[in-house]
Design a binder for this molecule. Sequence first.
Ligand SMILES: Nc1ncnc2c1ncn2[C@@H]1O[C@H](COP(=O)(O)OP(=O)(O)O)[C@@H](O)[C@H]1O
Ligand SMILES: [Mg+2]
Length: 243
Amino acid sequence: MAEPVVVFDNVSISYVRGVEAVSNISFRLGPREVVFLLGPNGGGKSTILRAIVGLVRPVRGIVRVFGVDVKSFREWWRVGYLPQNAATFFERMPISVGEFLRASRVVKGGLSPVEALRLVGVEYPEGILDLRIHDLSGGNLQRVMLAASLVNRPELLLLDEPTVFLDQGGVAAFMQLLERLRAEWGLSAIIATHDVAALSTLASRVICVNRGALFDGDIGELVNSEQLCNIYGFHVYLVRHGH
Ligand SMILES: Nc1ncnc2c1ncn2[C@@H]1O[C@H](COP(=O)(O)OP(=O)(O)O)[C@@H](O)[C@H]1O
Ligand SMILES: [Mg+2]
């Protein structure tokens, strides 16, 4: 069996002593596997992604990245991470698209700014390279953020509430991009979202968290199920996107 890309083994994380933000979470992410991390606001999705990049430490359990305890993992170029609300950082940073993408590249074989932008569907990349990031429109802003997480051709991609795939028609294009990167780069991905309705049935595996892990399996088993009600506390229905 190929080595898992991410392993959570009975992981609990606290920000405040005695209060567990996530409790006893275990899962494995295999090579080329894409998982959607689903759950209500405050459910612990961002905390789980932060633990994978070592920004928060478990109080119990162990997190492994590419087989290594995250505490001693150093090969961060193998991981693309887009934090939640990353774009708000640029409200205070007068940096251009080209500068940001060049600065994000830390490996020789990484993508050029134009290559990265084209990959995420920017039609005329040359036309936005010199724009300040905070001057971009919403769609292009999201694409630039996604492009930055991909410049090093990561093997593991972590996206925290990416809205780029939520606008109309964006879901299919986003899923196609993930498919392509799985095939070409051997990419694995974890995508956190609170927006169940945006999930395509193309996303085969979902992990639902609300402090603890409530469901880990195929999205087909989750559609309109009682479990979704339990997780969200109200009825939600998944939209099947045509494909
Ligand atoms: N920096 C922090 N300090 C204290 N508590 C935090 C911090 N970040 C998150 N939390 C708490 O941890 C829990 C999980 O939050 P989070 O991982 O952001 O959930 P989600 O991403 O699913 O909305 C929430 O109860 C939240 O209030
Ligand atoms: Mg979050």
